[in-house]
Design a protein around this ligand. Structure first.
Ligand SMILES: [Fe+2]
Length: 372
């Protein structure tokens, strides 16, 4: 994975130096400086490397990470624009039309720079609340109006640190939720370096508690460490388990399955049948599954609502379609899957691997349950 990522990144960088930097009528010093800034984005490759001492890129200081992320974001954003520019360049050559090489490169440079700055700001800002009323069959009247807040893909790390997580926690508590769900990708990095950045989660407040499931990123760094850490943050992880909430004569079931990465690593794999063991009949079921791609199989288990994340909403036009393809058509928002409703959150934060959001804002999701 590391070598593939580095080879692709080096190829993109080399193409951009040839197509974007060289045609500019700038001094040689300016061109070298711009090229070096682009090349600094290649340091993103070290996301996938762990030194023998256990050090990872997430431990680098904030501004170094921000600079590397900005350079890498620029490489990705400019790539799409350069491909279009070079397509027009080739067409002009074929039809013998004069092509303004310097001006076209300058335009791409300016547009990509503005998009990078805006997209990086969008990725790092504290998200707004997105509220949805959802009508659920068989929901008892006691649960009518129940408020469920969902945070997902928090990916706490040096870029979205304890100040960011604290701001999200305060904004969530201000909603006065009855229940809080966090279906995966809490953090990137190890407990010893990132525990402090996720620590504000322990201040989340709700009547029925805070429940989560693992996402793929919980397995990449320090699974055992995080599984021990979550109870200290008052987060109960549901790994093929359920919990039954009772109010008056009504019951509401919350179930959770782990991410499939767990099974691939010899840890617990998602098993919805086991997750639903012992539940009463005819009570509505809310399921947390980090990935939306299992929704069609999950819908066969009489689930009322599945909540997922993982896709980050596609992050930017162009990549959106790749993400859609990789997640069986589910990227962002509401989907009807047979009788089950699926909500895919774009995530509450950013992922350091590509810290950019263009026309794809993150959110704190608030569901308000309604009886049919
Ligand atoms: Fe994620």
């Amino acid at each position: 994975m590391f070598y593939a990522f580095v080879m692709i990144s080096i190829s993109m960088c080399a193409y951009e130096i040839l197509s974007l930097i060289l045609p500019l009528k700038f001094s040689i010093q300016t061109k070298i400086l711009l090229s070096l800034i682009l090349i600094s984005g290649l340091a993103k490759g070290f996301l996938f490397v762990r030194t023998p001492t256990g050090f990872d890129i997430y431990e680098l200081p904030y501004f170094i990470q921000l600079f590397i992320s900005g350079a890498y974001n620029f490489i990705i954003v400019a790539l799409f624009m350069l491909v279009i520019k070079d397509f027009i360049f080739v067409a002009c050559k074929v039809f013998r039309i004069n092509f303004p090489t310097h001006n076209a490169s300058l335009f791409v440079l300016s547009l990509a720079l503005c998009s990078t700055v805006y997209g990086t700001y969008e990725a790092l800002k504290v998200p707004a609340v997105n509220t949805h009323e959802i009508y659920i069959e068989n929901l008892g009247k006691e649960f009518d109006g129940m408020k469920i807040a969902m945070l997902v893909d928090i990916h706490a790390d040096t870029l979205t640190d304890k100040n960011f997580v604290e701001a999200v926690v305060n904004k969530t508590n201000a909603l006065n939720p009855d229940l809080i769900l966090i279906p995966g990708d809490f953090v990137d990095g190890q407990v010893k370096s990132q525990g402090k950045n996720l620590a504000p989660l322990k201040n989340l407040k709700s009547k029925f508690g805070v429940y989560g499931t693992t996402g793929n990123h919980e397995y990449y760094f320090d699974y055992k460490g995080w599984i021990n850490e979550f109870p200290k943050l008052n987060v109960k992880i549901l790994e093929n388990e359920n919990v039954i909430f009772t109010s008056g004569d009504s019951k509401l079931i919350l179930a959770g399955v782990p991410d499939s990465t767990g099974g691939q690593m010899g840890l617990s794999a998602p098993n919805l049948k086991q997750a639903l063991k012992g539940i009463p009949e005819n009570s509505p079921i809310i399921l947390m599954d980090h990935r939306p791609s299992n929704a069609r199989e999950n819908a066969k288990f009489n689930i009322s609502l599945q909540v997922s994340g993982h896709t980050h909403g596609g992050q930017m036009p162009g990549i959106y379609y790749l993400v859609k393809r990789a997640n069986k058509g589910f990227v962002r928002g509401w989907y009807d899957v047979e009788k089950m409703k699926l909500y895919v959150s774009p995530g509450t934060s950013q992922w350091n691997g590509f810290c950019l959001r263009l026309f794809d804002p993150s959110e704190i999701t608030l569901f308000i349950l309604r009886t049919l």
